[in-house]
Design a protein around this ligand. Structure first.
Ligand SMILES: [Zn+2]
Length: 622
C-alpha cells in the first residue's frame, strides 16, 4: 500500500495542487453473484451459494481487514439485510455475531445467503477505509469492486474455489486481472461476466473496476499491462496516461532484471471528483497482478504523471515483497483475527526504497533528486519516535498505540532499506546490494512458501554476511537511530545545511498544518521544524487555526487557505485567531518571505579511483 499523505483530511493540499476446517463435499465451488444492474438505493445485491454444508450451524464472514492495509476496517459495516434460505426457499435464522459475522442456523439445509452492499466512497470520511481498498457504486457509470467488501467466506472454507458471476449493464466494461472462466453472455441490456478464483484469497487479491470504456493495454516484453481509467468528468483518457506508465514499468522491469514476475498487470485508476463526496484517501493498494490507484481528477497531467510514477512503481515492486517474500502471518492471512508480521520494514520500507532507487538507477532522475527524496524521508521520519524498534511497531501496528506510526514505514522503513543496501554494497565491495538479497530470498521462499517471522534475520545473515546481523539487531529490532551521515560517508555523500525558500503552509509536499477529521479543525503539526514565517507569527505545534484576516478556516476550506496564502504580498498585515490549549489568542504580523533551514546531501567530487566513488556508483547504478 502507499498512502500519499499524513491524514486523509489534508489530501487536497498535497498536490498543491489500503480455523478449523469444516468438511464440505469434494469439488464444491462457492457460487457468488453480484448484480450491478438492479442497483437500489445505491446498494447492490450479492448472493453466495456455498454448496452442501455438513454442519448444524455455520458462520459467514466479511473481512475485518485485508492484506496490505495494516488497519482494522470492518467491511461488514457496509453489509445489510443478510438473509439465508433453505432449498425450499424458506428463510433460515440468521444471528449477527458482530459487525463482520453472521451465524446461520440449520446450515445442512442452507441453499444460499443474500445481502445488500453499500459503498464507501460516497460516505464522508469513508468510514475510515483507505480509498484504494474501498468501494464505489454509481449505477450505470462506475463500480469499484474491491471484492473483499462484496464477497464473504464461510468459516473453514477460505480454501474452497469460487465462481463469481457479475451481471452488468452492457454500457460498462471491466478492468481486472481476475481470470474470466467463460466468454461473457449477453442477456438483454445486461451481460453476465463469469470469473473463477482458486480460493478466497484470489477473490480479495483481484479487484474489478467496471466503468464506461476508457482502457488501453500494451505489451512490455512478456507482460501485458491493462490500464483502466475512470475519470468522472472526462478529464483524462487512458491513452493520455499510457506513455508515462509504459516508460515507468519498462524501467522497473529493467531494474528488476531476471526476477520472476507476472505476465499480466492491471492498473485500475479511479480519479476522484473533488466537487463531490467522493474517495479522498489518495494512494494505492498492491495485489499480485494488479493495483488500485485513487487520485484527484483535478491534478494537472504532469502532477498526475509524477504521482502515478511514485505510486504505481511502489505497488509494482510489491511483487517482490510481500507478494513473493512474506511470512506465515501474511500467507495464512486471517481476515477476522489478523496476526501481524514483524517485518513491515521489508514489505513496505524496502518496496518504497526500490520505488526511489530504480528511478536513479534507470536514469529517470538525477542523483541530487534521489538524495533529496532521502533527505525528505529523514526529515519526516524524525517526527516519529526514532528509538521505537521497527519490529515491535510492525507486529503491533493494529494497536492504537502504534497505528499512528504507520506512515513511518514509508519514511524510516525506506531509509532502513537504503542503509542496509549501502552496508551490503560495502561488505561485497560493490558486488551486490539489497535487490540481490531480495532475489535470493525470493528464490529461497517465493509466492507459495512463507518464512517464519523469527527466522528472517537468520536467513538474511546466511544469504549475506555475518556482519549484517549487527545491522539488523541494532537498527531494525534495536532502539538505535540510524546514523545516516555515517552510511552516506561510505559512498562519498555529505550533508549540507542551507537556507531555502518555503511555502507559508507547505514546504514542497510536506505540510506544516494537519486537520482533525472529526472536529474539522486545522492545526499546526507538532514535532516538526516550522518555517521562518510561522515562527515569526509565534505559532506553535498544536495551535488550532481559527481564522486569518477574518476568514474562518477548517479542513473544508484548507485548500482555499493554501491558495489565498500563495497570493499574499510582502508587508501585508495579518491577523490570526488561534486556539492554544483551549485558550483563544490573536496573533498579528506581516507577510515576509518564508524560509527554512534545509538539510541536503551532495556527492563529494572524488576521482574515479576513490573507493567511495566506486561504491557510490555500485549503489546507485549497479
Ligand atoms: Zn505498499
Amino acid at each position: 500500500m502507499k498512502k500519499m499523505i499524513y491524514t486523509a483530511a489534508l489530501a487536497f493540499a498535497l498536490f498543491s495542487c489500503k480455523s478449523t476446517a469444516v468438511k464440505t463435499s469434494e469439488n464444491e465451488t462457492i457460487v457468488t453473484n453480484i448484480d450491478l444492474v438492479d442497483v437500489q438505493d445505491d446498494k447492490v445485491m450479492v448472493s453466495v451459494n456455498p454448496g452442501k454444508i455438513d454442519k448444524e450451524s455455520i458462520v459467514f464472514y466479511i473481512p475485518k481487514t485485508v492484506p496490505g492495509t495494516y488497519s482494522t476496517d470492518n467491511y461488514g459495516k457496509f453489509v445489510e439485510n443478510v438473509k439465508a434460505y433453505n432449498y425450499k426457499g424458506e428463510e433460515l435464522i440468521v444471528t449477527s455475531l458482530d459487525e463482520n459475522s453472521w451465524q446461520i442456523a440449520d446450515a445442512t439445509n442452507l441453499d444460499k445467503i443474500t445481502y445488500w452492499v453499500n459503498d464507501s466512497f460516497d460516505i464522508a470520511g469513508e468510514e475510515g477505509v483507505f480509498s484504494p481498498a474501498g468501494t464505489n457504486i454509481a449505477a450505470n457509470e462506475n463500480f469499484m469492486l474491491n471484492l473483499h467488501a462484496f464477497v464473504g467466506y464461510f468459516d473453514g472454507m477460505t480454501e474452497t474455489p469460487y465462481q463469481l458471476t457479475v451481471k452488468r449493464p452492457n454500457s460498462l466494461v471491466s478492468g481486472t486481472s481476475l481470470k474470466s472462466s467463460i466468454v461473457s453472455k449477453p442477456e438483454g441490456d445486461a451481460t453476465i461476466d463469469e470469473y473463477s478464483a482458486a480460493r478466497y484469497f484470489e477473490i480479495t487479491d483481484n479487484p474489478i473496476m467496471y466503468s464506461t470504456p476508457n482502457q488501453v493495454d500494451f505489451q512490455l516484453g512478456d507482460m501485458k499491462v491493462i490500464l483502466d481509467v475512470y475519470s468522472p468528468n472526462g478529464v483524462y483518457t487512458a491513452e493520455q496516461i499510457k506513455p508515462n506508465m509504459s516508460k515507468i514499468l519498462e524501467a522497473q522491469k529493467s531494474f528488476l532484471g531476471d526476477i520472476d514476475n507476472t505476465n499480466m498487470y492491471a492498473i485500475l485508476l479511479y480519479l476522484a471528483d473533488m466537487q463531490k463526496t467522493d474517495a479522498k484517501g489518495f494512494g494505492a493498494l498492491e495485489h499480485h497482478t494488479s493495483t488500485t490507484v485513487v487520485l484527484p481528477e483535478t491534478m494537472p497531467l504532469q502532477a498526475l504523471n509524477e504521482s502515478m510514477k511514485d505510486v504505481v512503481s511502489h505497488e509494482f515492486f510489491h511483487i517482490i515483497t510481500p507478494l513473493s517474500v512474506h511470512s506465515n502471518e501474511v500467507h495464512y492471512f486471517d481476515y477476522n483475527n489478523p496476526k501481524m508480521s514483524k517485518h513491515l520494514w521489508m514489505y513496505e520500507g524496502v518496496t518504497e526504497y526500490f520505488a526511489n532507487l530504480f528511478q536513479v538507477n534507470q536514469g529517470l532522475i538525477e542523483d541530487a533528486a534521489f538524495y533529496e527524496r532521502m533527505a525528505e524521508k529523514i526529515a519526516s521520519s524524525k517526527s516519529f519516535d526514532d528509538t521505537m524498534p521497527f519490529t515491535v511497531m510492525s507486529e503491533n501496528i493494529l494497536d492504537e498505540k502504534y497505528e499512528k506510526s504507520y506512515y513511518n514505514v514509508y519514511q524510516k522503513g525506506a531509509l532502513i532499506g537504503m542503509a542496509l543496501d549501502i552496508r551490503l554494497r560495502e561488505l561485497s565491495n560493490g558486488e551486490s546490494g539489497i535487490l540481490d538479497l531480495m532475489k535470493k530470498l525470493s528464490a529461497k521462499y517465493g509466492k507459495e512458501k512463507p518464512f517464519n517471522d523469527d527466522e528472517l534475520f537468520d536467513d538474511i545473515v546466511e544469504l549475506t554476511y555475518p556482519e549484517v546481523r549487527t545491522f539488523l539487531t541494532t537498527y531494525i529490532s534495536g532502539t538505535t537511530p540510524i546514523p545516516y551521515e555515517d552510511f552516506f560517508a561510505k559512498v562519498g555523500v555529505e550533508k549540507k545545511e542551507q537556507e531555502v525558500k518555503s511555502g507559508y503552509f507547505l514546504n514542497g509536499q510536506v505540510p506544516f498544518i494537519d486537520g482533525d477529521a472529526e472536529t474539522k479543525e486545522l492545526f499546526i503539526r507538532k514535532n516538526i521544524a516550522l518555517n521562518s514565517f510561522l515562527e515569526e507569527m509565534k505559532l506553535e505545534g498544536g495551535d488550532i487555526i481559527k481564522s486569518i484576516n477574518g476568514t474562518a478556516y477548517t479542513i473544508d476550506n484548507a485548500y482555499a487557505l493554501i491558495m489565498t496564502s500563495q497570493a499574499w504580498k510582502d508587508g501585508e498585515e495579518l491577523k490570526m485567531v488561534i486556539d492554544r490549549n483551549g485558550e483563544e489568542m490573536t496573533l498579528t504580523g506581516t507577510v515576509k518571505p518564508a524560509t527554512m533551514m534545509k538539510t541536503s546531501y551532495e556527492s563529494l567530487d572524488l576521482p574515479d579511483s576513490d573507493a567511495r566513488k566506486q561504491l557510490r556508483e555500485a549503489w546507485l547504478r549497479g
